[in-house]
Design a protein around this ligand. Sequence first.
Ligand SMILES: [Zn+2]
Ligand SMILES: [Zn+2]
Ligand SMILES: [Zn+2]
Ligand SMILES: [Zn+2]
Length: 686
Amino acid sequence: MYAEAENLLSSARYFEALHREELDFSDKQPGEVFACLTQNRTCGELISQDKTVYGEIPKCRECVSAQQNGRSSDRLCRFQDFRTFIFRRNVVKPSVGFLKYSYISNPEEFEPWLPTKSALQTSPEKLKLSAGKMLSNVGDCFCRIVREEQEVLDLHSKSCEVQNYKPSVAYKRLPPLVRDICDVCETTLFNLHWICKECGFGVCIDCYKENKADEERDPDDKALLRRRIWPPCTKENPDHCSTDLMLTQLIPGSLLFDMSEAMHALRDELKREWRAGQPVIVSNIGKRMDLSLWRPSKFSDDFGEEEHDLVNCLTDKVLVNQPMKKFWDGFDDKKKRMLCGNGLPMLLKLKDWPPGADFADVMPDRFRDVMQALPIPPFTRRDGIMNLASYLPSQFLPPDLGPKMYIAYGSAGNPMLGTTNLHLDISDAVNVMAYVGSSGELQDELKKATRALMLAGVDLSTLEAINETDRLPGALWHIYEAKDAPVIRRFLRKIAAEKGHRVKADSDPIHDQQTYLDDTLRERLREEYGVLGYGFVQCLGDAVFIPAGAPHQVRNLLNCIKVAEDFVSSETLEKCFELTKEFRRLSAAHANREDKLQIKNIVYQSIRQALSVLLPETILFVCVFVGIDFGPANMQRTEKHLDAALDAMIQRVTDLKNAIAQVIAKIDVERDTLKWPSLLDSYGLL
Ligand SMILES: [Zn+2]
Ligand SMILES: [Zn+2]
Ligand SMILES: [Zn+2]
Ligand SMILES: [Zn+2]
């Protein structure tokens, strides 16, 4: 029997436990261990490979559903590279457990997490300029994340103590280029999370905490009970209960806490700097672009034959799968536009085109053209050193930062209609006006546009400048400061109530994006709530910066083609982080609900970069060493090691200072009789 088993194991991936006593023997069987290995294929493949050995182990939920739907679960299997098997002599069935970071002997596996010089993604000289600022801005956020994680560990240790278990944390390798998400709220799993040993179901620490709190509040409350129901397990008793789940980490050992220690030591020396919170416009970047690429006729030539969804802004109805030629033909010619039921020309916008993250593939020339023209490149480019999103290493699924296009007919004559209703975004963005055109009656349209701008409170000097330079006024923007969002929400709820609309509990009047604040509503917002936004016009070639979390709305006065790129700056990071939490609560129907930015990963990696460049090598070494060698249960030891390293360094600096002071004193007194070589020797300065 076991020749067969050994044979089978020869192709498997062994793990080498650093500390054998830590091996996960859940069934406590006796017998000499002869092989430890991690599951190196999907559950389905493993079981079909040898039914006598693996026949009774549970399949993960992905493998079960893949089998039901007749597809492959490759790369999705929850237990691949994670579940472990320990084989003993004379025992056919292995003990089943899960990987721990201490089983891994190859430190290269931890590379994506460590603050080493090899982590640097730009030159150290360049990064040194921004690392200080990064620590001071991102640090608070990082600290908050670390505190939350520490709380989870503390609670876990306590409950293990009560039940007389040794606290342990499983370690899951980062799945390459897959965003691991919470099965309940779909937020990105950052580090600690809870996993079902039977089916691999995973919940984030927030969902877990909420579930536990509800359970403790009143176990029989029907409403709470309903909220507490999680997606079912694949085993016979299908209820997932918080107490059955296994705590799992993605960042190895105590490294997260070591990084936090090191960060505090460095940051306390640094000062706070400015934080931006207002929109900024940079004019004339069109000069750096090839504007011929962005003409409607060029788009029509390149993509006219393809089909896509259109939205009629007059009725909010979606026209599915229309040949785009129809849209482009009417773009600059009102007479060629499709008609509504009442015979009026439609007011169309192209819905999310090109879809998803395809921009660079679908139109590489335009991609290059806009990216090289973006103003303030350290913030806006994908590799910009102030763009924190650039610090995600290549092992992570890159966040979708765009660019995205906003293409719509203008509506100077419809002051109540927005092209993009009031909403807010989770990251910073820069929006470039690449084309502005009239629908054939320019003078009339300009008159209406000027009137709209005056009503919107755009200042006179701007209006004059537009008239003098013949710059076509493309879009009217209103941006409010992020801090005003809660008040604006109250206002929108009041309006909804006045209209007799009911607002559901898991909806949000800003995120729902149902309202355009026209002149009357903006005036009411100012009078009744004291909230005033910034109204301004975006002309051809203007780039508008929108800070994360700032509510904004757009109304095209003439026909516009805009292109926008997202980025993450340390100035608004705190806001991004809060927003991610807020978005978690939205109903599943919201496109914005997912944590597409992976904000916690961005925070972690930014701190890692800053530490990589700022930490002296000695501390770095200790940090790396400690990170690999001690588990979360040994935090005390870790702290001692760091303290010892710091003490040693401070002592060395003090010694040097004293030595120099003594030398100077001696030189003063014995200037004439001094023998240099012996002096330097005796003070150990060489
Ligand atoms: Zn599986
Ligand atoms: Zn969750
Ligand atoms: Zn389960
Ligand atoms: Zn937006």
